[in-house]
Design a protein around this ligand. Structure first.
Ligand code: DGL
Length: 274
């Protein structure tokens, strides 16, 4: 039986100055937060990093749904007017159920297959993603829908999200993990690589160095930012405040909070939750 999330957090009571709630299995969704924030700088943001349970990839669907439900409740409890599921795994497992349970707009994200196909000149694109996303039904459906005449190489990248989570975004360890995944793609003539996990934009420079300037890298962050703006604008919920703000909430303790600050390149106000 779906739980309807009514009461003080009901969308009917929302103020434009209420915060935007964003979450991920860990810190990867900060790449999405960056994009949304740069498009909507007057908004207040609460970002939940579930770093104690990252990655979600090896977890059961039931576990992921339970975590997403708890995090959504936490963010709505902090007054969020919209939720952004900044995680491919959480989106594919939980988005539909979250929308049934909670009465606020919820934006999810999928790998940027459609724009990648439009950009490719060689008709060869690759999707670099977690093993769970690569095996999942939703990526398969995206490819069937948008890439009929394009060769799509789906590349599982076990351990890559965890590297970013531990702050490794460049240097020998990152290169060693990436090179075996990327060199076959370059050899195959791939000219667009989709960064199909929200952790991967933090590896963008390293990936670009390895594949060379001819290969384009794209992710879903900017498209999600535009979607969030459109949804808020339609509902009259865009903030009119002079400046925005950011609070990080994490299940990963002080270490995750410190890493969030490193990845964002700025000091952050962080709260640890159990
Ligand atoms: N950032 C998540 C994603 O976009 C990582 C996945 C995971 O935790 O398994 O898919």
């Amino acid at each position: 039986m779906p739980i309807s999330h009514r009461g003080p957090y009901d969308i009917g009571y929302m103020e434009p100055e209420a915060p935007i709630g964003i979450f991920d299995s860990g810190l990867g969704g900060l790449s999405v937060l960056k994009e949304v924030r740069s498009l909507l700088p007057r908004e207040r943001y609460v970002y939940f990093a579930d770093s104690a349970h990252c990655p979600y990839g090896g977890r059961s669907s039931l576990f992921i749904l339970a975590r997403c439900t708890e995090i959504a409740s936490e963010l709505l409890g902090r007054g969020a007017k919209i939720l952004v599921v900044a995680c491919n795994t959480a989106t594919s497992v939980a988005l539909a159920d979250l929308r049934k349970m909670f009465d606020v707009p919820i934006v999810g994200l999928v790998p940027a297959v459609k724009p990648a196909v439009a950009l490719s000149r060689t008709n060869r694109v690759a999707v670099l993603a977690t093993p769970r996303t690569v095996e999942g039904e939703s990526l398969h459906e995206l490819i069937c829908r948008f890439a009929r005449d394009t060769q799509v190489y789906t590349v599982p990248a076990p351990g890559l999200a965890e590297l970013v989570e531990s702050g490794v975004v460049g240097g020998p360890r990152a290169e060693e993990a990436l090179l075996p995944l990327l060199s076959p793609l370059v050899t195959a003539g791939v000219d667009v690589i989709v960064l199909g996990c929200t952790h991967y934009p933090f590896l963008r420079e390293t990936i670009q160095d390895l594949v060379g300037p001819e290969v384009r890298l794209i992710d879903s962050g900017a498209a999600i930012a535009r979607r969030v703006r459109a949804v808020l604008s339609d509902r009259g919920l865009l903030s009119r405040a002079d400046s925005g703000g950011l609070e990080i909430v994490t299940s990963g303790g002080a270490a995750a909070a410190e890493m969030a600050s490193r990845l964002l390149g700025e000091p952050v106000r962080a709260t640890a939750v159990g």
